[in-house]
Design a protein. Structure first.
Lengths: 139, 265
């Protein structure tokens, strides 16, 4: 899958470190499993449009009949704001699917790869070949 | 000391105090000179239009990896130890994860844009990442004799035709020139900014440091113009979840986590 290959390339570059991977100016991807993704179906509790990263607190129903809060980091407003996102892209109460690279330590959180809405629209968080806008149009 | 003598001494002190600023402070421009020095800025390249972002494809290695630095044995040993630490989960983060700016030269290689501001005798480079500012004095002054050591150093510049040449010394001891490669008190950086085409400039960065490098290290990096962007605010402490520990291990703070214990003073 093309997208996964690109992500793997980002992660590989970050790991090598000889070239700083631009997707993560601020820190490495070491805490995330960049080779795998997990889909979370739930409700946006909070969308923080902040530097150096955006952040989603995301409520996901659990087996006990309650819900768990996942902490999901995203790219910065510096990147997302120039690639089709804004502070209004997500709002509390939105029911969406987040595709995340999960934390390696097993806690409930990760890095956002993409957001999908019930109407089939998907927006990517990480850079796509040809740019995020092109990837969104291709969907 | 009689009264007159005291008064004479006081007068002398005041005279010295009055004379001192005249030594260090340039004479004020006349309005005509000021208008002329601003008008002269119109002859400079048009880099102040829009902002410039490093070409991400270059960061991703398109066009080949840049030549690595040729390290002295001491610097190589430190880099080897740094890489050995990475295998244990150390050194995977640098201090930028704790919101410490990387300093020059690496601040110029961040993935977000920068802008040039021209004013008489000065080029200011305002960098989005970490809201950093570099002041490059182009008024003919020399480097400070004994500059305080700072993240972006003491920079002077001059124009060679349409190229801007920036000369930097005086860098903070903990900043790095590449991941795992520090610098000594002898570091000297020369950046040549050259416009390749209307919307592309290249910055060739040459680092000299005889205690770290066996020969000068030059890397050329392309930057692309985005005319419709503007620099965004970037306060790293606003919402940082990724603080690293002292050994550079990656951290990730969830909103539900207990607050970290306050650092010991």
């Amino acid at each position: 899958m093309k997208r996964i290959r690109i992500l793997a390339a980002v992660a590989a570059l970050a790991a090598v470190g000889a070239v700083s991977a631009p997707a993560f100016a601020h820190h490495s991807t070491a805490m995330f499993d960049m080779e795998h993704t997990v889909n979370l179906n739930g409700t946006v509790k909070d969308f923080q449009w902040t530097q150096p990263h955006t952040w989603i607190d995301f409520e996901v129903p659990n087996a006990a009949g309650g819900s768990d809060t996942y902490g999901v980091e995203g790219m910065s407003p510096s990147y997302l704001g120039r690639n089709g996102w804004s502070k209004h892209t997500l709002s509390p109460g939105d029911k969406v699917t987040l595709t995340i690279h999960p934390l390696r330590d097993g806690r409930k959180g990760g890095f956002d790869a993409s957001v999908s809405w019930p109407n089939g629209k998907t927006m990517y968080n990480l850079p796509q070949r040809g740019g995020a806008a092109a990837a969104a149009q291709a969907k | 000391m009689d009264f007159n003598l005291k008064r004479a001494a006081l007068t002398a002190v005041l005279a010295l105090a009055a004379a001192a600023p005249a030594v260090t402070q340039a004479a004020a421009e006349t309005p005509q000179q000021r208008a002329a020095s601003y008008a002269a800025l119109g002859k400079l390249p048009d880099w102040e239009e829009g902002v410039w972002q490093i070409d991400w494809s270059a960061l991703f290695g398109a066009g080949g990896r840049p030549e690595p630095p040729a390290l002295t044995p001491e610097a190589q040993a430190k880099l080897d130890a740094f890489r050995a630490g990475m295998k244990n989960g150390e050194n995977v983060q640098n201090q930028n994860a704790n919101c410490i700016p990387p300093g020059t030269p690496q601040i110029m290689q961040m993935p977000y844009p920068l802008e040039f501001i021209f004013s008489p005798g000065r080029v200011t480079i305002a960098i989005e990442t970490d809201s950093q500012v570099r002041r490059v004095f182009t008024d003919g002054r020399k480097h400070m004799d004994d500059p305080d050591l700072t993240f972006n150093g003491d920079s002077i510049g001059h124009w060679e035709g349409k190229d801007l040449v920036i000369d930097t010394i005086g860098l903070e001891p903990h900043t790095e020139i590449a991941q795992g490669v520090g610098h000594s008190d002898q570091i000297h950086i020369v950046e040549r900014v050259h416009q390749v085409s209307p919307d592309r400039i290249d910055i060739a960065t040459t680092i000299t440091d005889p205690k770290i490098l066996t020969k000068p290290w030059t890397v050329n990096r392309p930057y692309l113009r985005h005319r419709d962007w503007q620099i965004q605010e970037y306060v790293c402490e606003q919402n940082n979840h990724d603080s690293a520990d002292q050994e550079g291990r990656a951290g990730f703070k969830l909103d539900n986590d207990a607050p970290a214990a306050p650092a010991a003073h």
